[in-house]
Design a protein around this ligand. Structure first.
Ligand code: ZN
Length: 168
């Protein structure tokens, strides 16, 4: 979107003012340069885009989060939509107790279809105790001093309720 149409679009989100230098973002109080042939800067363009495309915005946030934490991310946009839309995640995501959170069922796996569920933040933090890998590792070493460190995280997986063939 360029030109007059885009300008009107941004105007429904921000207070656009005339009379700024030509290369400056038209949003009141913003001193950034315009970008990409738009009348606003990239930051203000993205705020507008995220508000208009909440599903795509949430998907790209999750993908960035996975990338930063070096977790696999194979979820397609369609799989993401099927997971979050019926749960009302888009309007209820956040960090408060009753807000919704995307949980990896098996924390050793990434954001893959079938490994995800929507929990409230409070449900997720109670799960957090059993998901603390370091704590379980320490507990394992304490219980099995002769084994050394849990080599394949079997103890951790069993603690989480996963089937696992005991190698010992
Ligand atoms: Zn701006």
């Amino acid at each position: 979107m360029k030109g007059e149409g885009a300008k009107k679009g941004y105007g429904s989100f921000f207070d656009l003012i005339e009379g700024k230098p030509k290369h400056k973002c038209k949003v009141r109080g913003c001193s950034n340069d315009r970008g990409g042939g738009r009348v606003v800067c990239f930051k203000h363009h993205m705020i507008c885009w995220r508000t208009r495309n909440p599903l795509h915005a949430a998907y790209s946030t999750l993908r960035d989060h996975a990338k930063r934490r070096r977790l696999a991310f194979t979820l397609t946009m369609e799989q993401f939509a099927a997971l979050v839309v019926p749960a009302g995640y888009l309007t209820r995501k956040g960090n408060n107790q009753d807000d919704l959170h995307i949980d990896r069922i098996n924390p050793l796996k990434g954001y893959e279809h079938g490994n995800l569920q929507i929990l409230t933040c409070s449900e997720n933090s109670s799960k957090g105790a059993t998901h603390d890998k370091t704590a379980w590792q320490a507990h394992y070493e304490n219980e099995h001093p002769d084994h050394g460190p849990d080599p394949d995280e079997s103890f951790f997986l069993k603690a989480l309720g996963f089937e696992y063939d005991e190698p010992f």
